[in-house]
Design a binder for this molecule. Structure first.
Ligand code: PLP
Length: 377
């Protein structure tokens, strides 16, 4: 037997600092571990209604061709996005989920000599993507109650962290896990102050849910801000989380750089046809967003009745404050077959993030929460 190798001593130093991503628990895992059945998953901000009917038909038709490599250029999907967004196909980059694109952006623009900025409570993938390159991560403090939207991005603080080494700023709008958002005017004023050597990545994973009421469609802004990259996904409102497909809209020059490091077949056949079908059924997405608004209201008022504070959200989830009961409550829910998302890994140990499920699922959740409160009285 050879002596064991300490592989960490061989790995890139930046990799040794990373913690693996903790996904929401899959229902099958909960059912195995806790012996429950019919688990309800409210942990990963998926669309609880499923997918548009045309998606299933498109996948069924395309499944016969999975012996072939996908179209590496994603021609049909990029053409459809180009038309819907009124941008040139050369401005679009497809990703294996928008996560893939966030990592590509870090790879393309960051080295150990550079820095990147993101908010303290923003999407955890920014940290991983930045740290893996060895670049310096500059973490801006979130807003507190006194300054504006509690736990939201502090754009002034972000501007203050920019210097000559800065190449990327990540802004999640709306943000995960907080649900907070940056209004159209504030965002535009911010972009006007960011120097051109800094690429601003506007992560709009929840864009479809948030549109309206001071939340802008930012794609037309690309004409004014050549250093802007907008990322979106089919994982949330379009209901295709399991297939992994997202995209970036940017200046063609940025897309061209990303295309150099993109894995040749990063978006698979079925994901491409499914995304195309999903994109074409605009009614279905609109209905999903409307259902989400209703569900969000139901969840919000239910939690308010239980005197559980929440952070106002424009997305398809709510960040709810449980204080020192958060871990206990999470465990109670798991034992009763309800999966929500602990966010201690985001630095928010007193909170749980709850996705907007179907109304019946939310009723089960709210009942369980009331039972939990009784159990600890
Ligand atoms: C879910 C999410 C994503 C990306 O998800 P993909 O499935 O990789 O497209 C990106 N950003 C935020 C803020 C998210 O919550």
């Amino acid at each position: 037997m050879p002596a064991p190798i300490d592989y960490a001593t061989l790995a890139a130093a930046a990799i040794c600092e990373l913690a693996p991503y903790e996904p929401g628990k899959p229902p099958a895992e909960l059912e195995r571990e806790y012996g429950v059945s019919n688990a309800i998953k409210l942990a990963s901000n998926e669309n609880p209604a499923g997918v548009a009917p045309g998606v299933v038909a498109a996948i069924s038709a395309a499944i016969r061709d999975i012996n072939r490599y996908p179209d590496g250029a994603g021609f049909a999907l990029r053409a459809a996005l180009s038309e819907q967004l009124s941008v040139a196909p050369e401005q679009l980059t497809l990703g294996n989920g928008s996560n893939d694109i966030l990592v590509m952006l870090a790879e393309a623009f960051l080295t150990p000599e550079h820095s990147a900025i993101y908010d303290q409570y923003s999407f955890v993938i920014y940290r991983t993507a930045v740290q893996a390159t060895g670049a310096q991560a500059r973490v801006s403090a979130s807003l507190t109650t006194n300054e504006g939207q509690r736990l939201g991005h502090d754009l002034t603080s972000i501007l203050g962290l920019i210097d000559g080494t800065t190449r990327l700023i990540f802004i999640a709008n709306p943000n995960n896990p907080t649900g907070t958002w940056v209004g159209s005017d504030a965002l535009k004023a911010f972009l006007q102050q960011v120097p051109e050597h800094v690429i601003v990545v506007l992560d709009e994973a929840y864009h479809e849910y948030a549109l309206g009421d001071g939340y802008a469609d930012t794609v037309p802004w690309l004409n004014d801000f050549p250093n802007l990259v907008i990322t979106r996904t089919f994982s949330k409102a379009y209901g295709l989380a399991g297939l992994r497909v997202g995209y970036a809209v940017s200046a063609a020059g940025i897309a061209e750089l990303l295309n150099r490091i993109r894995q040749p077949f990063n978006v698979n056949n079925l994901a491409q046809v499914a995304a195309l079908a999903a994109l074409n059924d605009t009614n279905w997405v609109e209905r999903s967003c409307e259902q989400n608004k209703q569900g969000l209201k139901l969840l919000q008022s239910g939690l308010a009745q239980l005197e559980i504070p929440t952070v106002p959200s424009k997305a398809n989830f709510l960040l709810a404050e449980f204080g020192q009961d958060a871990a206990g409550c999470n465990e109670y829910l798991l034992r009763n077959g309800v999966i929500v998302r602990p966010v201690a890994n985001y630095g928010l140990p007193g909170y749980l993030r709850i996705s907007v499920g179907m109304p019946a699922e939310l009723v089960v959740l709210l009942t369980q929460l009331a039972d939990f409160q009784k159990s600890i009285q």
